[in-house]
Design a protein around this ligand. Structure first.
Ligand code: HEC
Length: 193
């Protein structure tokens, strides 16, 4: 291959964008991914707000630590998919890191917010071929909203008891310092096609 041809191919690959979908996403699979994601968002939100109202944000940490992974696990069983939450700056290194595809989508979400798009409107779906087969992969951004600020906002705005509890439970926490409207992470859905 000549150098010029290689350069042209490289440029056209970049022009197509890192997230260019190769295959059309089946509508029914996309609808299912949207439904599962919205069930996760609604379930987490209602448990979190209930706990904050009943016992305050410090006690609500328990909801994020134990109840949310249970909800995600129940939805994964129900849909036969991997349904969970990931972030570029996770609090829980076991559940919170995204894989390479998820990191790419999260970086794209951040760029789109920086260009002025609303975080709550961001989603991305793609058919991805992996060594074990074809998967529908879907992500829906989770924006920083006011209740999130108790535990993910700028450190100086987080109350001392919450700061201490988070430092105790998550000594490698990367999930603070975010402003309202930024992308905190995303729901991710992955199911074999
Ligand atoms: C009461 C404190 C608290 C509040 C309020 C809170 N979170 Fe969290 N969040 C946590 C904790 C604790 C974890 C780690 C859970 C675990 O151990 O898996 C977490 C984890 C996450 C994760 C998974 C990735 C990671 O960092 O490990 C996402 C995404 C997330 N939170 C988004 C949000 C959003 C969006 C809001 C607002 C709607 C919110 N959180 C409100 C405490 C909180």
């Amino acid at each position: 291959m000549t150098l010029r041809l290689a350069r042209t191919l490289l440029l056209s690959a970049c022009a197509a964008g890192p997230l260019a979908a190769a295959e059309k996403v089946p509508e029914a699979a996309l609808e299912e991914a949207r439904k599962a994601s919205s069930e996760l968002v609604t379930g987490v939100r209602s448990e979190l707000l209930k706990a904050i109202d009943a016992s305050g944000p410090l006690r609500a940490i328990v909801v994020c630590k134990y109840t949310v992974p249970e909800i995600a696990s129940a939805l994964s069983r129900k849909y036969g998919a991997r349904v969970t939450r990931v972030s570029l700056t996770p609090r829980n290194p076991s559940l919170g890191w995204g894989d390479a595809w998820e990191q790419k989508v999260l970086m794209d979400f951040d760029e789109r917010v920086a260009r002025g798009e609303k975080a709550e409107a961001l989603e991305h779906a793609e058919v991805v071929v992996e060594p074990a087969g074809r998967y529908l992969r879907y992500m829906k951004a989770l924006p920083m909203q006011s209740p999130c600020m108790h535990c993910h906002g700028p450190v100086e705005q987080i109350s001392e008891p919450i700061r201490q509890q988070l430092a105790h439970d998550y000594p490698h926490d990367k999930a603070t310092g975010l402003a309202l409207g930024r992308v905190r992470g995303a729901v991710t859905f992955k199911k074999p096609l």
